[in-house]
Design a protein around this ligand. Sequence first.
Ligand code: GBH
Length: 490
Amino acid sequence: MAAPPHTQDKLPGDFLWGFATASFQIEGSTDADGRGKSIWDDFAKQPGKTLDGRDGDVATDSYRRWQADLDLLVAYGVRSYRFSLAWSRIIPLGGRADPVNEAGIRWYSDFIDALLERGIVPFVTIYHWDLPQALHNRYGGWLNKDEIVQDYVRYSRVCFERFGDRVKHWLTMNEPWCISVLGYGRGVFAPGRSSDRMRSPEGDSSTEPWIAGHSVILAHAHAVQLYRSEFKAAQGGQIGITLNGDWALPYDDSPQNIAAAQHALDVAIGWFADPIYLGYYPAYLHEMLGARLPAFTPEELAVVKGSSDFYGMNTYTTNLCKAGGEDEFQGRAEYTFTRPDGTQLGTQAHCAWLQDYPQGFRELLNYLYKRYRKPIYVTENGFAVKDENSMSIEQALADADRVQYFRGACQSVLAAVREDGVDVRAYFAWSLLDNFEWADGYVTRFGLTYVDYETQERFPKDSAKFVCQWFKEHIEPEEKEDEDKRRDEP
Ligand code: GBH
């Protein structure tokens, strides 16, 4: 596609921007309208699984307060909203022979209509970690490739059939690394399996995460194959996967630390991106895991390779990487934010794993575009201000560190597009609202909108105002033709 003439300081007129959320983190109403249980329902209730001991039963009450969320999106003037579907609302027991739940389907269908009526493009994640509990109980969920692939494909079929006339942007999976490593390796996320007997009564962290990851890749790929063969011609949408991945910098310029940074990327990103975009697991994964790495059959590989129309990118930070670590999930690199001279890489967030380093975001955009050659959709990016949860609401709304984070991030996107020639087409800030932050409970707040959990009232933070203003100023006016086209869309 020939690039239209443009100004250096603006993004193309069709650039999509907005905010992202995920079903279990916001919906609450876990018993409403025939929803089945997900693996997060009871996991969060077990002692010690969340920082504050709280669960997702209410969250931001968005299943009931969807109108308030919609009003926010309209007030913010977003072009798009990324949210996820709860499998257990659509097929309560999850499996391919289990009944679909019309009430759950209706809720999402109405919500999609409401977005479209307001000119907001729905960007839909099919799976953001809330596996139906019944599938875990029946056959071990992601550990059972043959079963889960068929069940996931059937679930995806229902989504395409029921929403695909209106949804033109699909994400199959959110962050397979997190599903695999945090759910089946470190055991900090549901279903909480690991070799750590203090944490989990069962599990094998040396094999299960790699097995789970393999299933996730195959389920994704088969759902994409289904979309392309039966739905794409009529519905005309795009479908892909979204991967988490942070930039990796060598701690210093020693050869072993330079190698460590590449190994970190090979496991954080290449584990999934290399098979999906290039058609093979990274050599380093074979080297590190040997026979523990599941193998694709040639037939499977034919489905996996090329199974994403774009690169969906969730990114938050940059890690300095040192060789000599033990953690296979980081490619045996040790991560730090402290430079050799003792200074910090950037501003520290509330969670230990996150510092603000916008240069790293720009470098990662370049790395991914060069390596995988796909248009990039940034589907998550965000920051949790330190101690925000213990501030007064007024203090929390003045979230200067988060404003600073998004200023850097937005400038990195613009520079990557206009100066480096990277094809970035969308940007979603995580998150529309403070919400259930998984193992952190409600302690860590990622929202650009503050949620008062006593009243469920929503208050825009300074960062929300900043991001909205920035995109209003930095997107070229759409050509007349495009506007007409958009209005004609269903
Ligand atoms: C995203 O993951 C999620 O998609 C989203 O649901 C979540 O709310 C958001 O981040 C904010 O956390 O120290 O072992 O726990 C981001 C990628 C990768 C970031 C794992 C946290 C910590 C590993 N995540 N990382 S661990």
